[in-house]
Design a protein around this ligand. Structure first.
Ligand code: NAD
Length: 471
């Protein structure tokens, strides 16, 4: 049993003032594997004060000092990869494929930010005006449990590159991963107070951070409902906001798509991270003229996605994160049937042979209209829908008829045609004949998927304020 009872404030591991303990679970066994002492409002206030003190000098640090710090963070995160891997598997059931493909993005975030800084000009001239890009100030970073190491690294990298200081509040469901992140930060010789990391309840610590007058910016990754609450909280003090929220991404298979490559790719993205990925393509849009062929290829392709123990390297779909999430996904599967959709594969209950653990069967619905709730709401489990379209116009119209707009995919043998379609999709990212973005690209959404962009120059500038000096 693990007992995690320290937070990281002002360069030190300290016992929080909060006295509440949260249980930690292994979703593959449903067993309690430890407990964590949560920070409270007093801890949050102390962390903001530490970040404010540190801002006075860190905001004046040179570009070279920040580049060196980012490189140290990258090296420090790289040296803990085995520990991160083990924690992701144990704490949220991440499978080998996800860990191997996604985790390397964490140290990469620091290297990308360092490289960007080399050429970024903090002082720019426009006519008679000098524009000085100043660090925004104390930044609160609030992260979800899924891929938390990568999202946390991304936000830390942006803020450090800009010269802003941080209070990071990770999810209560990623305490083990957070412990290793905190140790990696400490080992990177970060000046005290520049990065503070406190895990506590969103309604307690999150509330302090999103209302505190000394916090200039909130960068949040999580659900749309919490994003809306954060925006309301931030209104009184006009905090700068980056909100990376949910999604219901379309994967469009145009009528000339190569199904032997596009369908395995669509399923990989749809089931990624056990179906718990904001940018997953959970609506597969298929040409009606090839519907039987598409459904046949999907049905046989899904058998390659083995559900089961995340410790087993041959598993593609592990458990969902919690009992609450398991119950919610099961409700959606029942809802789909009540709405009149049909099951192509999967269904309610655990996959055969698994009696324990929050395992969901990889499930795909057909006979779905885009108006059904299973086509409009983020399910956050391995549950996909196939929606037919008549022609390109209808494909675009269905893709855009969504409250969300985070990421979309277009598959076609004709890249120019796919590009034309891509330009008409309302989403922050549209991928053509691929399912993972380029690490040079900005990331973020439109509509209920959020506000702002991370990564690249856009991400760096989200932690900066332009000051115009005109003489
Ligand atoms: P969540 O919104 O429940 O929690 C995210 C974080 O917000 C946690 O740290 C939580 O403690 C905190 N929080 C909760 N209430 C708060 C409040 N009132 N004030 C401040 N903070 C509060 O999300 P989750 O279940 O951890 O993650 C899943 C969700 O995150 C999904 O909707 C998913 O799509 C989304 N997500 C989005 C992205 C993206 O980049 N767009 C990436 C990953 C996950």
């Amino acid at each position: 049993m693990r007992r995690i009872n320290q937070t990281y404030v002002d360069g030190q591991f300290v016992t929080p003032s909060g006295t509440e303990y949260a249980s930690l679970y292994n979703p593959a066994t449903e067993e309690i594997i430890g407990e964590a002492r949560l920070a409270d409002a007093t801890d949050a206030t102390a962390a903001v004060a530490a970040a404010k003190r540190a801002f006075a000098s860190f905001s004046k640090s040179s570009k070279q000092e920040r580049i060196a710090l980012l490189r140290r963070l990258s090296a420090s995160f790289s040296s803990r990869m085995d520990d991160f891997r083990a924690a992701m598997v144990e704490e949220y059931g991440a499978v080998r494929g996800v860990v191997d493909n996604m985790l390397p993005y964490a140290p990469q975030m620091f290297d990308d930010a360092a490289q960007l800084l080399e050429s970024y000009e903090f002082t720019q001239t426009r006519g008679t005006t000098t524009i000085v890009m100043e660090p925004v100030g104390v930044s609160a970073v609030i992260t979800p449990w899924n891929l938390s190491i990568v999202f946390t690294a991304q936000k830390i990298a942006g803020a450090i590159a800009a010269g802003s200081t941080l209070v990071v509040k990770p999810s209560e469901l990623s305490v083990i991963q957070t412990q290793i992140v905190s140790e990696a930060v400490h080992a990177a010789d970060v000046p005290p107070g520049v990065i503070n990391i406190i895990t506590g309840r969103g309604s307690v610590v999150g509330n302090v951070l999103t209302t505190h007058p000394d916090v200039a910016k909130v960068s949040f990754t999580g659900s749309t409902a919490v994003g809306q609450q954060i925006m309301r909280n931030a209104a009184d003090t006009f905090k700068r906001l980056t909100l990376e929220l949910g999604g219901k991404g379309p994967t469009i298979l145009l009528d000339d798509a190569d199904l032997t490559t596009s369908i395995p790719a669509a399923l990989t993205l749809g089931f990624l991270n056990n179906g718990q990925t904001c940018f997953a393509g959970t609506r597969i849009l298929a040409p009606r003229s090839r519907l039987d062929e598409v459904l046949g290829t999907i049905e046989s392709g899904t058998s390659d996605f083995k559900a089961g123990d995340p410790q087993d390297p041959s598993t593609s779909v592990g458990p969902v994160v919690s009992q609450k999430q398991f119950d919610s996904v099961q409700r959606y599967i029942r809802l789909g049937l009540e709405e009149g959709a049909q099951l192509l594969v999967g269904g309610e209950g655990r996959p055969q042979g698994l009696e324990k653990g929050w395992y969901v069967q990889p499930t795909i619905f057909t006979g779905v209209t885009n108006q059904m709730r299973i086509a409009r709401e983020e399910i956050f489990g391995p549950v996909l829908v196939v929606i037919p379209f008549e022609d390109d116009e209808e494909a675009v119209s269905i893709a855009n008829d969504s409250p969300y707009g985070l990421q979309a995919q277009v598959f076609s043998e004709d890249t120019a045609r796919a590009h034309q379609i891509a330009r008409r999709i309302e989403a922050g990212t549209v991928l053509v004949n691929r399912i993972f973005s380029d690490h040079e690209a900005p990331f973020g959404g439109v509509k209920l998927s959020g506000i702002g962009r991370e990564h690249s120059t856009y991400g760096l500038e989200s932690y900066l304020e332009p000051r115009a000096i005109t003489a």
